[in-house]
Design a binder for this molecule. Sequence first.
Ligand code: NAD
Length: 358
Amino acid sequence: MKIAIIGCGYWGPNLVRNFVQSNKVQEIVCCDLDTKRLDRMKSLYPTVGVLTDYKALLDRPDLNAVAIATPVKTHYPIAKDFLSHGKHVLLEKPFTHSYETAFELIKLAEEKAVTLMIDHTFEYTAAVNKIKTIIENGELGKILYVSSIRANLGLFQPDINVVWDLAPHDISTLLYLIGETPVSVNCQGKAHFHPGIEDVATTTLNFKNGMIAFIHSSWLDPNKIRRTTIVGSRRMLVYDDIEPQEKIKIYDKGVDVPPYYDTYADFHFSYRYGDIYSPRIDDYEPLKKECDHFIECVSRGMAPLTDGYSGLRVVSILEATNKSLKLSGRAVQIQGVRDLNKKYRNNGNSYLMAANQG
Ligand SMILES: NC(=O)c1ccc[n+]([C@@H]2O[C@H](COP(=O)([O-])OP(=O)(O)OC[C@H]3O[C@@H](n4cnc5c(N)ncnc54)[C@H](O)[C@@H]3O)[C@@H](O)[C@H]2O)c1
């Protein structure tokens, strides 16, 4: 494979490093409008090629793939250019800035028969795949609600609000774990510093089966927090990505409701306070797993775990949050939920099976 990485700012260098370390990649080209970033890449990896204008790569027949890590508004035009020229594309989250553009890119990739994969990094982590197995084994029982918080001080983005910046990780993880797209979304937030760009927001996702999920996203928090709580009818699970070792804790806690009661005096729940355990999880860099998966999908013509439809589901929810923010948090329906649900059962499961087989 010969691959170009477009955008070598904060995140792009992680892609460069992982592709440089892969023995399946013969050539790497780094592209950025900023020549200082290119100098930095060249100093770290002397063998990579560098250039400022990605359009010079479109007609290179030997270059078969690109990874795009530029600001969100540029994802659609850059990805469209490369897909139109028959190149395989790995695109950063969030996929694009709108449902229509995301859908157009999916159709273009299908027409050109090339791989389109979205970097939903958390779906490749050992912790999230362990949680998926725990949920599918029924250890937590029926999932009642999920609460996720992703907060820190900064980094304020000039072009997207905090929901588009931080929540794609929580949303893609949640959809991967639950295997459902919500039917509607409520979102409330506030722009304290930059008019029209919310720096703190809470998104509520409402699912058809009654499950509810809350996602709190903030650039205005004194602490860095990355924590998801999954409350099931049998057990509760806390996933803390900041924890170096015990990222997942399962609490054998719950509430038992008496089958019936006659008077108010009889009304009491019994609370169960059982053991807490932390399952062992493998230690690997998720982005390495993801880059390897991209190379494998390109070479074998496989559908990626995080394919265009996976990106589209996240974008459809993000677009609904924009509308709900303007309506002071009123519920907004998700576009095309039935189609979005239909598409994703198989990819995830086949990836999980492959991941569990090492
Ligand atoms: N998967 C993750 O965990 C993760 C983490 C951080 C960022 N991201 C995503 O990565 C993308 C980039 O974010 P970032 O924080 O690295 O941004 P950044 O601003 O630090 O870097 C973007 C780079 O793209 C370059 N660029 C812009 N337009 C270009 C063009 N037309 N051609 C070539 N280069 C161009 C800029 O010069 C800049 O160096 C975003 O989509 C973001 O959401 C993903």
